[in-house]
Ligand binder design. Structure first.
Ligand code: ADE
Length: 213
């Protein structure tokens, strides 16, 4: 699931240019039996499977390193704190992140207690596993690293970074199938354009996301 995403677009370029180093670790490589078992039935009964302690902890420990910055271990689960842009900014300042993605039935609680530093959710819905959720976070964090986006200013003017949504954007042609761009954008009056953009952004936020205001 992750290989394709790591080798395309901005994530690929960010790695090629040395802005970030991303390693994938398959927990099955740490299994101890020939079937490469990483989960088992829950004690006490019930549906689903639970990810076993040994392969998971060994996978975390092998990724963690023993230096002064062993890495922040983040477990992806719908029970975690909701991920948002503020959290993306915070994580973009951490040197080494380790994402643990499990089945949604979960991982053994002892691993959570002993090896997980933080739990994050990307929203109130349940995915088949945490891998896509980890990818969402990796993408949101990597694009904030200095130099990753060509235009240095763009992450700062993003939706959410200023606490509100972005307003409408237009590019050429000036008229498309009878639809013209707003006259103000052709006025050359930069202060007026800035004020208009701010007004549009606030209007959009009020219409769609009152909670942000
Ligand atoms: N794993 C399954 N669902 C998830 C979610 N919504 N967020 C993070 N990890 C998950």
């Amino acid at each position: 699931m992750l290989e394709g995403a790591m080798h395309s677009s901005i994530l690929k370029r960010a790695q090629a240019n040395g802005h970030v180093d991303i390693c994938l670790s398959d927990i099955r490589n740490f299994a101890r039996d020939k079937h490469r078992t990483v989960d088992d039935r829950p004690f006490g009964g019930g549906p689903g499977m639970v990810m076993k302690c040994e392969p998971l902890v060994e996978a975390i420990e092998s990724t963690r390193g023993s230096g002064p910055q062993p890495g922040r271990v983040i477990y992806m689960t719908p029970e975690g704190q909701r991920f948002d842009q503020a959290k993306a900014i915070e994580l973009s300042q951490v040197d080494h992140l380790i994402f643990v993605s499990g089945h949604y039935e979960g991982i053994d609680e002892r691993v959570r207690e002993g090896w997980i530093d933080e739990e994050l959710s990307i929203g109130d819905y349940v995915l088949t596993n945490g891998t896509v959720a980890a990818l969402v976070i990796i993408d949101a964090v990597v694009r904030l690293l200095p130099g990753v986006l060509g235009n240095e200013a763009s992450p700062i003017s993003d939706s959410f970074s200023e606490g509100i949504l972005e307003g409408p954007q237009y590019t050429r042609p000036e008229e498309f199938r009878g639809k013209k761009i707003p006259d103000i954008l052709l006025s050359g009056n930069h202060a007026a354009i800035e004020a208009w953009r701010r007004e549009q952004a606030e209007k959009r936020t009020a219409e769609r996301r009152k909670d942000l205001l």
